[in-house]
Design a protein around this ligand. Structure first.
Ligand SMILES: CC(C)(COP(=O)(O)OP(=O)(O)OC[C@H]1O[C@@H](n2cnc3c(N)ncnc32)[C@H](O)[C@@H]1OP(=O)(O)O)[C@@H](O)C(=O)NCCC(=O)NCCS
Length: 168
């Protein structure tokens, strides 16, 4: 499947907002307010893309907030396509495409978001120790170094203390 990325435009807002009728997406990703639109379309600090696959149209949205060489990534698969193994395909295409401009891509994932953790680990992100201040698992991928987080199958959810299970 060929996946193409185009920069998010204000005319995309109504479509993107309609995805937030989905409760799972709404609890994982911040709602795209008017202030969000200004932030991602009018500042150097952030950019958002729609991913498109010819037969399916828009299949995902990705946002990266830049801080120096580091980009903080969020990804959302169109809700009716979730769970169809598009996440890994979209993320790997993004890394090879627009995401390649960032030296380091970092994500913050809720410990119960197994699909997201599987996706990032399949795409050579590594899980950083501990949780961030919001209780999220930090993952990062350096453009120059494949971390080979290939034993994600061993990940079995958070431990009782909320820390991510170790991946050897
Ligand atoms: C997270 C998200 C991007 C993943 O994309 P997706 O296309 O739905 O995920 P996939 O279908 O590709 O599944 C990825 C892998 O996770 C696995 N997986 C899914 N749910 C799982 C679970 N509860 N436990 C273990 N593995 C799980 C899948 O089996 C698949 O692995 P496989 O290819 O070996 O079978 C997507 O579900 C989404 O947009 N979620 C809402 C927004 C969100 O959470 N964004 C991330 C914020 S950090």
């Amino acid at each position: 499947m060929h996946i193409a990325f185009r920069v998010f435009h204000k005319d995309d807002l109504a479509l993107y907002r309609s995805w937030f009728d989905d409760a799972e997406l709404a609890r994982r990703i911040s709602y795209p307010t008017d202030a969000w639109l200004t932030y991602v379309t009018s500042t150097e600090a952030s950019c958002c893309w729609f991913a498109e696959a010819s037969a399916k149209g828009v299949i995902a949205a990705l946002q990266v907030d830049r801080e120096g060489e580091r980009g903080y990534l969020d990804i959302a698969i169109r809700p009716d396509l979730r769970g169809q193994r598009l996440g890994i395909a979209v993320l790997s295409a993004f890394i090879a495409g627009p995401g390649n401009q960032y030296q380091v891509l970092e994500g913050a994932i809720e410990p119960d978001n197994a699909a997201s953790l599987v996706c990032v680990c399949r795409c050579d992100f590594r899980i950083l120790p501990g949780l961030n201040d919001d209780g999220l698992i930090r993952v990062e991928r350096n453009r120059d170094a494949s971390s080979g987080c290939d034993s994600v199958e061993a990940w079995s959810g958070p431990q009782e203390d909320g820390q991510p299970s170790p991946i050897d």
